[in-house]
Every structure is written in C-alpha cells, then in structure tokens.
Design a protein around this ligand. Sequence first.
Ligand SMILES: [Fe+2]
Ligand SMILES: [Fe+2]
Length: 250
Amino acid sequence: MSNLTALARRIDTKNEQWISATKRRLADLSVFSEAQLEWLSMEHYQFSAANKGFLERAIEATSDLCNPGVATELTRNLHEEDGHAPMYKRGMLEVGTDFDRRVEFRPTTEFLATLERLSSDPGSRALGTLYATETAAIFEHEVFFEICREICHRRNAPWEGTTIKAFHDLHLDGGVEQSHKDGLSVFLTACTPPNGSGLRPLDEDEIYEGAIAAIDAMKHWWTLLIDAVSHSEPHWKATEPSTPILDTRA
Ligand SMILES: [Fe+2]
Ligand SMILES: [Fe+2]
C-alpha cells in the first residue's frame, strides 16, 4: 500500500530492521539440521496457535476507541484466522512432524505472555501491537515457507500439493497477511472523540509505543530461537524422531 500514514511508515522502518537481520541469519538453511528446522517450526506454531487469542484481546481493548473501524477490522482478521493453526498442524503432521511432541521452550512461553499483555493494553497501544505483529507475519510466512519446504526436501517428502505448502501460499500469494497489515494501517492516525462520548482518542504516541514494545518482544524471541539452534543447545533435541509421513494424496 503506497499511501501509508507517516506513523505506519515509522513503524514499518523499525520492523524492517530486525526482520532483515533475522532473514540474514536464516538465509542459508543448509547449515541447520532437519531436527533444528523442525524445532523452529514447532516454536513458530505456538505463535500461530496463540494469535486468535491476541486478536480477541485486542478487539476488547480497542472497542472504546473513537474509530470503531479498528475493532471491526480486527474482528474481520479474527474470523479469517479461523482454522489456520489447525491447518498448519495438520500440514506438518502429513509430512512427518507432530507438533504435540514439542517440549516447552521457556522463551516462547515468556514471549507469548508478553504479547498477550500488549494485546490487552488500552486502545491505541493494542492497535500498535497488532499492526506490528501482522506486519511481521508476512516475514514469518516467507521464512517458514522456505523452512517447511527444506524439511520436506530433507525427508524426500512431497512439497507441491501438500497442505503445508497450501497453508503458506494462502498467507503469502493469497494475500492474507498483507491484507491484515493494510487493513490496520489506515487507522494509524490521530482521532479525537466528541466531547462527552466516553470514547478513547487514537493517540499516535501510544500507537507507536505499543508497536515498539511488540517489535522489541519479537526481536528478542527470534534472537533466542536462532541462538538456540545455532549454539546446539538441547531444546531442539528434546523431541522424538520424526513421525512417519502420511500419504494424504489418495
Ligand atoms: Fe493465518
Ligand atoms: Fe494475520
């Protein structure tokens, strides 16, 4: 979207800094083992599975903003997410990864707790948080499209025609995540409620603060995830060997 508000551009610039640094660390997947790549997908699934809860909290937190369009757009986003996390889980199970075998990684638990809190912050802050996370979701699908394809390649499993490829295609080529970002971006501008309405203003400083807090949390989590697989820490070894690949193409 070319006519982004100045605030949306400021937030995008901040997001882009850590996203491009993280992409560089994941540019060469050949340095990671299949188990390490699988572990990354398991941790990312936790965010995917928690996302509807964050949207529900943000809808509640933005319901008294002077522009009711924010909560309406978040509700549209919530409905669109319906069934996505189960599709991710089913798609990876079909190619031999059972997300239920995951062992807890504390930084992910802490990251999700932080996002839950930020999504619940009043009005403008929750909007900033969700705008930042929906923007980063585009990058996540780009990265996990490659990671999931690499996992399938290492297993001699099919990629074309799989549920997991369809899942990432839906979010990238299908434009789901871009539409979530664009849909929220139009509200990133100040708005003052009528006197006595009891509604909250849209405050640009607060939107920015909410976005930066979410960006800091995502940057920190991603650093710990990639450090964990780069330094051979034991988290990714904690799971059992891959489950058999299911043939669902009959
Ligand atoms: Fe989704
Ligand atoms: Fe989204």
